[in-house]
Design a protein around this ligand. Structure first.
Ligand code: MG
Length: 426
């Protein structure tokens, strides 16, 4: 982005001022847009922009892609979970993108999706990698046009995106109710007004059978005791979410939802695996506890039936896995037709968090975004990206006004965490 010749006479300051004139009484709305355009270094007309290469790096759980162009600007994106072993898939997508104009984000997404109908483009690794690539295209388009991604997505409903703190208690082997209370108190002291706890414990000694998914009476009581301790610690006005990671059966899902009703949860997440949406509906219909799912559903197609039959109360797509930012917005808008809130799952780095935040800002039915407590304790997360603003203020992320996503990959900082024996940005 070194060249400073004007790229876009069509979005000159004068043109923007003229477009904004009727809205003048609404003051600051549009200022971000104008500043972003003013502050963007220009190279040449957007129509001359071409993709020249795509490179990637892997750390535990995350794939980072970087798309390069003929104008010394690049875009960064991240995919999660379904990404191990996908290096050659990234390279394959890259070959399909070379020479193309990155500004046609929806079209490039659709080209790759359609060309993969017989290669698994419906879900899994294919879509997770596509999510990373699509996100990088938005970042690139934003940098090329001088606009933050939320603006490319149609503008924002809010400047700040509310987040909940995942307490990551799964890092303890068998957390006791007092550990739940401690983690809850700590998250509240850090300023979070919403938090999440995991209830599934594979090593629970009260489990009779490792493969059967029915919780024993003692397991059920353990769950109730843990979440009761958390609720007692933070009081009635903090939102509490509970995740079962799809590791129980429908009868247990119904029992847990019923037993936790007095604790007024924000939601109970994935009590059963993702595949059978009719089983979700059984649970949802049986309880006043809101039921949430979506981190193992892919593309807007994956959410159609879930929403159509009212199988869940809240959807939680993972935007680094379910298809990217445009697809995330489509899922949110689909959910909005059913008055279902949108609460994205997020286990990526701060790059993924901010990418998700742009989508969360752009839709009316956004409820809350996931945030990780380990961002505050594991130095890796600060080392692998560059960002000069504050990450989170109490329970809110301020959506970046910089062109693109606003967060960069730090390849130097990431190098030492790279998965061995996989090419790293090469
Ligand atoms: Mg979950």
């Amino acid at each position: 982005m070194a060249n400073s010749t004007s790229r876009r006479s069509f979005l000159s300051k004068a043109a923007i001022a003229a477009a904004m004139a009727p809205l003048a009484p609404l003051a600051s709305f549009g200022e971000g847009l104008e500043k972003a355009v003013e502050n963007t270094e220009k190279a040449s007309p957007p129509s001359d922009l071409k993709i020249t290469d795509i490179k990637c790096g892997y750390i535990k759980g995350s794939l980072f892609v970087k798309i390069f162009t003929n104008q010394n600007i690049w875009g960064c994106g991240e995919g999660v979970d379904a990404i191990p072993g996908t290096y050659y898939l990234v390279k394959n997508f890259g070959e399909r993108l070379k020479g193309k104009n990155p500004l046609n984000v929806h079209r490039l997404f659709e080209d790759i999706r359609r060309s993969g109908f017989f290669q698994g483009a419906q879900s899994g690794m294919y879509v997770a990698v596509l999510s990373a690539v699509e996100t990088a295209l938005w970042d690139l388009a934003g940098k090329a046009l001088g606009l933050p991604v939320y603006q490319l997505l149609g503008g924002k409903f809010r400047d700040k995106v509310r987040v909940y703190c995942d307490t990551a208690l799964y890092q303890h082997r068998l957390p006791a109710p007092k550990d739940f209370a401690e983690a809850a108190t700590k998250a509240k002291k850090m300023g979070f007004n919403a938090m999440k706890f995991d209830l599934d414990q594979a090593t629970d000694p009260n489990k009779y059978d490792a493969y059967n998914w029915t919780a024993s009476p003692a397991e059920l009581q353990r769950m109730v005791d843990q979440i009761s301790a958390a609720r007692e610690a933070v009081g009635p006005n903090i939102d509490i979410c509970v995740d079962m990671h799809g590791r129980y059966d429908a009868v247990t899902g119904q029992q847990v939802a019923k037993r936790l009703e007095p604790l007024n949860l924000m939601w109970l997440e994935e009590p059963i695996p993702a595949e059978n949406v009719e089983a979700y509906k059984l649970i949802t219909d049986s309880t006043s506890t809101p039921i949430c799912a979506g981190e193992n559903h892919y593309l807007a197609y994956g959410f159609r039936r879930l929403l159509e039959i009212g199988a869940v109360d809240i959807v939680m797509p993972d935007l680094q896995k379910a298809g990217g930012l445009g697809e995330g917005q489509r899922i949110a808008n689909l959910a909005n037709l059913y008055y279902v809130p949108f609460a994205p799952h997020m286990v990526a780095s701060f790059l993924g968090a901010m990418a998700s935040a742009h989508v969360c800002a752009s839709v009316p039915n956004f409820l809350i975004l996931e945030w990780q407590s380990y961002f505050h304790t594991d130095p890796m997360f600060k080392e692998i990206v560059t960002y000069d603003g504050s990450w989170v203020d109490k329970s809110f992320i301020t959506v970046s006004d910089k062109p693109g996503i606003g967060v960069e990959i730090n390849e130097e900082g990431m190098k030492k965490y790279a998965i061995p024996n996989v090419p790293f940005f090469a």
